[in-house]
Design a protein around this ligand. Structure first.
Ligand code: VG1
Ligand code: CO
Length: 558
């Protein structure tokens, strides 16, 4: 007998437009009657051909508050829309990279990931829903636009009656008429993939020979705790004391699960006081990473460039497959461009958001890429991958130590700068400012870019002369789709850059991001903030940020 299906009349909710990475709102917004159901139905309505009928979908998330409720709703609505099989992480848990890996390894038709990533969780904070397509990556804009359109016209949703909630705790398959729900170990496939990519044996023998090489991994109470334990402790043999905050909590312990110097301050302090050789953190859903040591902080832009520089020599995955190309998001520093030039590789500059890398990877044109927002990854999956980046660093450190005993995070970075020069980079975030003021500020910058009021080109600020101004527009080289208004770029005569963007992941008001970069071929150990101070001044002067937003100081500097 087919599962009984109920049709529920509904009306659209405003604002169900997916942002940079899915729909993110306060939990209380998702808890409104029919709000989550509407959005989930819209995903099924807009799912690319052949649609949900007979499909296999992966479902999981970062363990935050409201996640398991959402999983149950997705199964009921998906079943009524004809989904044949759900593959769900145990207790609903899957890190974002693990979900991407599972979609690919099980050749699923896509997946739904439940996370608001680095945004705080808990009843008063954020929840999020993101749809990934069959390549394992975030849906492209054509699909997220179709989902949004479906949310604007929805008049009913359907849900199947499964009798009782799905048992998410027990590994195994639960069968219903026309539907199978398979609950899988959350980490197994991901660990197997990690083992196939890196030279774990090299890392183990390096660590055994160098007991003073200490590591500290902080999952910030997010989803990567169990992944970190399996890889760093069980596989690589680091002591349990190398893990901190590695039990996933539904409110992330009340903290902000964003790996940067501000929010991961506990790690930063412990790494300094305990003289840790490699400190690392990742965000709520496990796709971001931060790497540092007691005597060096690696910026994400430098991290991806460094990995790209060393990968082909020591990481088995790239030894086997070669490196097809490199890429970064537009605001990310140009350090990786220098590596590409030196190695004769193509380099792509895409808008902010991991979804823009997917087409290039699927077309075999891109192997390693990153974003300044602590995102690093490769074509092993179609999401950025926090643990991947940390293991890549371990692999590189172990490799470099074979020829240069004693090489550290700091010495490896300084050697890199000697070869390429240094791109100093910082980002100022002004979180939750008045949306109107922020929009007006951006509109004025666009007008200046278009040449109004005499424009900016040729003018000098703090001794830097403006050479070019534009609003970044990207034409995807694979499918020719165009994404415009992706950030206001001011490029100076010496190649320094200031970029203004509004965030697409916040859940309240607007967040202004200012990205600042300057290349220095000679000096590698300047204080970053001091090195960039004149450009920060220029940015505030050009944008009149304080007048438009009423904010004097940024909320976060990274
Ligand atoms: C931010 C970052 C962007 C990243 C996105 C999702 O977007 O700038 O680089 O891809 O978050 O990351 P925005 O629009 O707020 O600047 V995650 O770890 O939140 O999925
Ligand atoms: Co994330």
């Amino acid at each position: 007998m087919p599962l009984p299906v109920r049709t529920v009349p509904t009306t659209p909710f405003e604002g169900q437009k997916p942002g940079t990475s899915g729909l993110r709102k306060r939990v209380v917004v998702f808890q409104q009657d029919r709000y989550t159901e509407n959005f989930v139905q819209a995903i099924f309505t807009a799912m690319p051909a052949p649609g949900p009928r007979g499909a296999t979908l992966v479902v999981g998330g970062d363990g935050r508050y409201f996640m398991t409720e959402a999983v149950q709703k997705i199964v009921r609505i998906g079943a009524a829309n004809g989904v044949a099989r759900f593959i769900i992480g145990q207790n609903g848990i899957l890190s974002t990279p693990a979900a991407s890996a599972l979609i690919r390894s099980r050749q699923a038709d896509g997946g739904i990931i439940l996370t608001a990533s680095h945004n705080p969780g808990g009843p008063q904070n954020d929840f999020g829903i993101k749809y990934n397509t069959r390549n394992g990556g975030p849906a492209p804009e054509s699909v997220t636009d179709a989902i949004y359109e479906a949310t604007c016209t929805i008049s009913e949703y359907v849900e199947a009656d499964l009798g009782a909630p799905i048992d998410l705790a027990t590994i195994g398959t639960q069968s219903f008429d026309g539907l199978e729900v398979e609950v899988v170990d959350s980490v197994e496939d991901y660990v197997a993939l990690t083992k196939s990519i890196f030279d774990l044996e090299l890392i183990r023998s390096f660590c055994a020979a160098n007991p003073k090489f200490t590591m500290l991994f902080d999952a910030l109470n997010g989803v990567t705790g169990p992944y970190g334990r399996r890889i760093f402790v069980d596989e690589l043999g680091f002591p349990e004391s190398s893990l901190d905050q590695c039990t996933p909590l539904e409110d992330f312990g009340g903290s902000h699960p964003d790996p940067n110097l501000t929010y991961a301050h506990k790690l930063v302090e412990r790494v300094a006081s305990e003289k840790v050789a490699l400190g690392a953190a990742s965000d709520g859903d496990g796709d971001r990473n931060m790497v540092l040591s007691h005597d060096w902080f690696v910026t994400p832009s430098d991290s991806v460039a460094l990995i790209a520089h060393h990968a082909a020599a020591c990481i088995p995955y790239f030894k086997r497959n070669g490196i097809n190309g490199l890429a970064r998001s537009m605001p990310t520093s140009c350090a990786i461009d220098r590596v590409a030039a030196a190695k004769g590789l193509p380099v792509f500059e895409v808008p902010t958001g991991w979804k823009f890398f997917g087409n290039l990877m699927d077309a075999g044109r891109l192997s390693i890429c990153g974003e300044e927002s602590f995102g690093t990854g490769s074509d092993h999956i179609r999401e950025k991958d926090g643990i991947w980046a940390v293991v890549a660093w371990l692999n590189i450190i172990a490799h470099v130590n074979q020829t240069t005993p004693g090489a550290s995070v700091r010495s490896i970075m300084l050697d890199f700068f000697k070869a390429y020069g240094r791109n100093y980079f910082t980002r100022y975030d002004y979180e939750e400012v008045d949306a109107d003021g922020a929009a007006k500020m951006m509109a004025r910058l666009r007008a200046l870019a278009a040449g109004e009021d005499g424009g900016l080109v040729g003018r000098s600020y703090s001794g830097y002369t403006v050479a070019k101004v534009d609003d970044f527009e990207y034409t995807d080289p694979v499918d020719q789709s165009v994404s415009s208004k992706q950030g206001l770029r001011i490029i100076f005569a010496d190649s320094s850059r200031i970029i203004f963007r509004l965030s697409g992941t916040g859940s309240e008001g607007a967040t202004v991001r200012i990205y600042i970069e300057r290349y220095d071929p000679m000096q590698f150990e300047l204080d970053t903030q001091a090195a960039l101070k004149p450009l920060v001044h220029a940015a505030l002067d050009i944008s009149q940020l304080e007048a438009y937003t009423g904010r004097k100081d940024p909320t976060v500097i990274t």
